[in-house]
Design a protein around this ligand. Structure first.
Ligand SMILES: [Zn+2]
Length: 492
């Protein structure tokens, strides 16, 4: 039986502001859409936190036996400097400053994004669509909204009529803002004044002559509004109503609010059943900002190349640090916090390695089933990783008691204990055992050295030494195999 049938997962829905029992649209399947990065600079550490949170949701849902389609987009056009449809396109601006093509900017920072997330052991999403790959779908939605009278065209640009929408629907349903407070808080810039109301947002923007990234449309050569791409892509890949949609807290308004409005008109239904938002990351108690120097890139954590840190921290220690906080709480990123997490991470990995040395007995003095249930209860309570991790440290205590023979465990319980620890530590939290990876690298080095010594012995016709090396390695379970390409080995 799939685990989801016996686990009652509750998710905090940002829309209802309550924890709700999770019930997918189609039993056994989950559709999840996460707003991906605008690829005009190195991935921001705050975004890394958001993507680790959604990766952990993805992993746990899969662990429960759901078939998950996880869609996370790449914004490679249409995201202006200012969320109120003003200023330059972020990617085009970077391209202009660096005198390269916009698509070179996109490529460079998409690669950086993927490499950083791979280092931190995030799984790739099921589909990773781009805004520029879905211009046709976006134009179709605009035509539909225009036909329904909820948008208007001015000077080749098309805007969504927020006030008209709000006559029959509720603009602000997600962010809790009143329509009066939904005026984008920005300076009046060129193009802004053509809107009927300051609340309105762009569905299509006419490109001025300097704007490189442009596509033909019935209204002008231009580009889609930023909010529209997500509505287009998630409808295409997940359907008109699907299960989970999320991103960082800062996307609630205006981005997600606008997405709801567009989709509600386009499809006539509420698009999302569970809205999820990951909270902010701050650095040493303050907002991260390049301008103040209170800023760190993910790679600088791994290299230690930033004065904010006392030393480098590995990707798994960093990931563990992030998951020790609840995804809905603000997380303060500090060097001392990371040091404490690193110690905890090492303790956990050492316990995982010690599991192999535990010998079972006839009966158990530890209640493994009750402990396992507590791990599931934590995750079923809106993915509460800090509580899960507290339970894993409880398991570390058990491991130590068992090693010291101050507690006993039956064969059956030991197997369940090992599988549960491995499932939560590696599959759900997505940690790597870097200690073991380190030692296996070292072991490979030592064996390669012995293979080299054996080759020298053979070249010198010292068969006795050559055989001794081979036989003693074999006695340790390491088999050498001589072939045309040289000698290789396998560990039994
Ligand atoms: Zn989005």
């Amino acid at each position: 039986m799939e685990l989801f049938k016996s686990n009652h997962l509750k998710i905090y829905n940002s829309l209802s502001k309550t924890k709700e029992l999770f019930k997918p649209v189609i039993e056994g399947k989950v559709g999840m859409y996460v707003c991906g990065p605008t690829v005009y600079s190195n991935v921001h550490l705050g975004n890394v936190r958001t993507f680790i949170s959604f990766d952990m949701f993805f992993r746990y849902l899969k662990h429960l036996g759901y078939k998950v389609r996880y869609v996370r987009n790449i914004t490679d056009a249409g995201h202006l400097e200012n969320d109120a449809d003003a200023g330059e396109d972020r990617i085009a601006k970077k391209a202009r400053l660096e005198e390269i093509e916009p698509m070179e900017v996109v490529q460079r920072y998409t690669v950086d994004f993927h490499e950083t997330l791979a280092k931190i052991n995030n799984l790739p999403p099921s589909i990773e669509p781009t805004a520029t790959g879905h211009i046709v779908e976006q134009i179709e939605i605009i035509k539909d909204i225009l036909a329904k009278g909820l948008a208007y065209e001015i000077n080749g640009s098309v805007y969504f009529d927020v006030l008209k929408y709000n006559d029959t629907e509720h603009y602000g349903i997600l962010s809790g803002r009143n329509i009066e407070d939904s005026i984008h808080n920005t300076r009046e810039l060129d193009g802004q004044s053509e809107k009927k109301n300051p609340q309105d947002f762009a569905l299509w923007k006419k490109a001025d002559e300097r704007h490189i990234m442009r596509w033909p449309s019935p209204w002008s050569d231009g580009f889609p509004g930023w909010h529209l791409e997500c509505s287009a892509m998630r409808t295409k890949y997940l359907g008109e109503t699907f299960d989970i949609h999320g991103g960082g807290m800062d996307l609630k308004f205006p981005h997600h609010e606008c997405e709801i409005a567009q989709s509600k008109i386009n499809n006539g239904v509420n698009p999302v059943n569970y809205w999820m938002h990951a909270n902010m990351l701050i650095l040493n108690g303050q907002k991260m900002a390049k301008s103040t120097g209170n800023y760190i890139l993910p790679n600088e954590i791994f290299s230690g190349d930033n004065k904010i840190l006392s030393k480098p921290f590995s990707p798994s220690a960093t990931r563990f640090f992030m998951l020790q906080a609840n995804y809905r709480s603000i997380l303060d990123f500090t060097s001392t916090g990371l040091e404490a997490s690193e110690k905890g991470y090492i303790k956990l990995m050492e316990a995982v390695s010690s599991l192999a040395n535990i010998e079972p007995t006839k009966t158990s003095s530890i209640d493994i089933k009750a402990w396992k249930q507590k791990c599931y209860d934590a995750m079923n309570d809106d993915f509460n990783t800090p509580v899960l991790i507290a339970n894993l440290f409880e398991a570390v205590k058990y491991v130590n008691l068992l090693i010291e023979k101050k507690a006993t465990i039956s064969t059956e319980d030991l197997l369940e204990f090992k599988t549960t620890i491995s499932a939560f530590v590696f599959d759900v939290l997505g940690l790597r055992n870097e200690l073991q990876e380190d030692s296996s690298d070292k072991l490979t080095g030592v064996i390669d050295m012995l293979i080299g010594m054996r080759k020298n012995a053979r070249d010198n016709k010292d068969w006795a030494l050559s055989d001794k090396i081979r036989d003693e390695l074999a006695a340790l379970g390491i088999q050498l195999k001589d072939g045309k390409e040289g000698t290789t080995f396998s560990v039994n």
